[in-house]
Design a protein around this ligand. Structure first.
Ligand code: ADP
Length: 627
């Protein structure tokens, strides 16, 4: 700018107006406060050809800080500061040309040095009316609300006219526009700060919720660890409680998916009053939010919205408008379980964020279900192992008793036969006959045992061929009674029979009756009775004794393979724990059944019922059913 430029003039006015517009426009820009401040000082220089330092008031520090500067050598002043008091003292009313514009002539005796570093231009003064190097001009930046936000320190690097009052007035307008722009920028910053704070708050809240969510999941995880071996239901109340902490809900339903029947079956519902009704109601695939979530394998929001809702009314539950959110639990790409969240229609509808949070639970639940399935199969396996161990132990005992059962009669037979062979001549005919009869009895006992073993192994293998023939039950039962009498001389074996005829397998029927009769003799000292009569289209044959009897809870056990209720009994009376197991299997193979009535100390009745003709069941099937 040329020295001695005449102030005023239309061109000069235009430049000033343009500069002023630019300062005002800075408010609309998005460059932030520093850009606004720069625009103000640039504007003043453009409009007046003066050097400007903008001192912005910092309320927190109660100081003025140089935030923008334009002019020769003034950059060094950037970021220096002066206390408010020392600065505002300079705004002496005596030097106020127009409101808020102060021009302090060099000879006024005011010490501006105390403001700290100060720039003093180095040009020669031309005389009165011209800007002396030590002349100072301050313009208060006052907003339209009257608030002082900063002070412009104005200087001249050239020896120019001291501005006229009109120009000072215009400078004031600049400062005022600038102040308002600054205020706007500060406000915007404050709003941004508040916004950021609000966002932080929301973020913090979300984070807190996230933390709570994760904590809940962890807790559920550890609870699951505890209950993984127990029933899965144990976890559901905890689940619904935790879920409600992050997704407010009225109720939670947990359902399993039945792929074959294409229905979703509720297994847990959090509201006790309606739980029964909910658990009774199977939801078909594709029906309601729950059924839709299974089909789409995605969360399904069904807010209460007339015309748009897919909800189904569960019979037995009150008819209330609800928002529903169904979340599938996927295990290895298959929906195994569905979580159905309900909220009263008066509450806020479900939003995708709710679904997202519930899905986090669902993911966790998926692994929980895997765990549960694992625990279940582990439990089944353990059960099987223990059963096998049991069976193994019984088998060991069986082998021991079989070898004992084989050896005992053999020893007796050998003893009798050797005695007769070596001492035959010295024995009376009576003694010889007794000895040989004894041997025969023992041999028959051996034969029965071998028959039992053979029949058992055939039935188990399913090799038994059932050959039904006409059997007159009365004489057949008499025959068995006779065998028992021979086997247990001195015991009373009674029989009461009729003339019922059935078609059945003689060998198996004999096996059954012999074993029932043999037990009656073994487990009693008194009378044994065999009866038969026509019954419900077949025959009922009963074998009764007046012996030790069987406790009610033990009755199912006696039919187990190799099971003997009292091992000491077995030693006393013999037996290998096979008779009843085999009898039941054989009865089933013949289409019949065995019933037991017994009272400890009073005796037992084993009743065999057989159809008049065997059902066309193959032995294999029967054997499978009985095992
Ligand atoms: P066992 O070879 O031991 O007789 P069973 O299978 O025939 O084997 O019988 C199994 C168990 O059932 C017997 O060991 C005995 O404890 C009990 N039991 C069977 N029949 C009777 C009965 N008539 N009275 C009392 N207990 C019986």
């Amino acid at each position: 700018m040329a020295s001695g430029t005449e102030p005023g003039g239309p061109r000069r006015e235009l430049v000033r107006l343009q500069a002023l517009a630019r300062v005002a426009g800075a408010a609309a820009g998005s460059g932030g406060l520093d850009a606004v401040l720069a625009a103000i000082v640039d504007g003043v220089q453009d409009a007046f050809g003066l050097d400007v330092v903008l001192n912005l008031y910092e309320p927190e520090l109660d100081t003025y800080v140089v935030r923008a500067a334009v002019g020769e050598g003034v950059e060094q002043l950037m970021h220096t500061s002066s206390t408010r008091e020392s600065f505002e003292e300079l705004l002496d009313r005596r030097f106020e040309i127009v409101p808020d514009v102060f021009f302090i002539p060099h000879g006024a005796g005011i010490d501006v040095e105390r403001l700290g570093p100060f720039y003093t231009p180095s040009y020669e003064w031309r005389g009165p009316g011209y800007w002396h190097p030590d002349d100072m001009c301050f313009v208060g930046m006052r907003t339209s609300q009257g608030q002082l936000v900063g002070i412009l320190s104005i200087d001249s690097t050239i020896d120019q006219h001291i501005p006229s009052p009109e120009q000072f007035e215009l400078l004031r307008v600049f400062a005022m526009v600038g102040a308002n722009v600054v205020e706007n920028a500060l406000l915007a910053r404050e709003i941004a700060g508040l916004e950021a704070e609000r966002e932080m708050k929301v973020l913090r809240q979300e984070l807190e919720e996230e933390v709570a969510l994760r904590q809940s999941l962890l807790e559920i995880g550890s609870r699951l660890g505890e209950v993984s071996a127990a029933a899965p239901q144990d976890i559901f109340p905890t689940l619904s409680e935790r879920l409600a902490m992050v997704v407010p809900i009225k109720s939670l339903t947990v359902s399993t998916v039945d792929v074959d029947k294409r229905v979703v079956s509720p297994i847990y519902h959090s509201e006790a009053e309606v739980a029964d009704a909910v658990l009774r109601f199977d939801i078909p695939f594709g029906t309601g939010a729950t059924g839709c979530a299974v089909v789409t394998q995605q969360s399904y929001i069904d807010n209460d919205d007339p015309g748009a809702t897919v909800s189904v009314q569960i019979p037995g539950t009150p008819e209330v408008a609800e928002h529903v959110l169904a979340v599938p639990v996927l295990v290895e790409d298959e929906v195994k379980v569905v979580l159905t969240l309900r909220r009263n229609a008066k509450e806020a509808p479900f939003v995708p964020l709710d679904a997202h949070r519930a899905e986090l639970f669902a993911q966790h639940l998926a692994s929980a279900f895997l765990l549960m399935e694992l625990a279940e199969s582990r439990r089944l396996l353990a059960e099987q192992v223990s059963k096998l161990e049991d069976l193994n132990r019984l088998k060991d005992e069986f082998v021991a008793s079989v070898s004992h059962e084989l050896r005992t009669p053999l020893t007796a037979i050998i003893g009798s036969v050797v005695t007769v062979a070596t001492l035959g001549d010295m024995l009376s005919a009576e003694s010889r006959r007794e000895m040989l009869t004894g041997a025969e009895r023992q041999a028959k006992r051996l034969a029965e045992l071998l028959e039992n073993l053979l029949a058992e192994s055939r039935l188990t293998a399913g090799d038994t061929v059932i050959a039904p023939v006409r059997v007159e039950v009365g004489p057949f039962v008499e025959e068995v009674a006779e065998t028992l009498r021979f086997r247990a001389p001195g015991r009373i074996v009674e029989s009461a029979t009729d003339d019922t005829v059935v078609f059945t397998d003689r060998t198996l029927l004999y096996r059954i009756l012999f074993n029932l009769g043999d037990n009656a003799i073994k487990y009693s000292d008194g009378r044994v009775t065999l009866t038969s009569r026509a019954d419900r289209g077949g025959v009922r044959i009963e074998v009764s004794d007046e012996g030790i009897g069987i406790a009610g809870e033990d009755i199912p056990k006696v039919f187990e393979q190799f099971r003997q209720l009292d091992a000491s009994d077995a030693r006393r009376v013999g037996g290998v724990g096979l008779g009843l197991h085999l009898s039941l299997k054989a009865a089933k193979a013949l289409g019949g059944r065995i019933e037991v009535q017994s009272e400890p100390g009073r005796g037992s009745t084993f009743a065999l019922w057989l159809p008049a003709e065997p059902t066309p069941l193959r032995a294999r099937n029967a054997a499978e059913q009985s095992s």
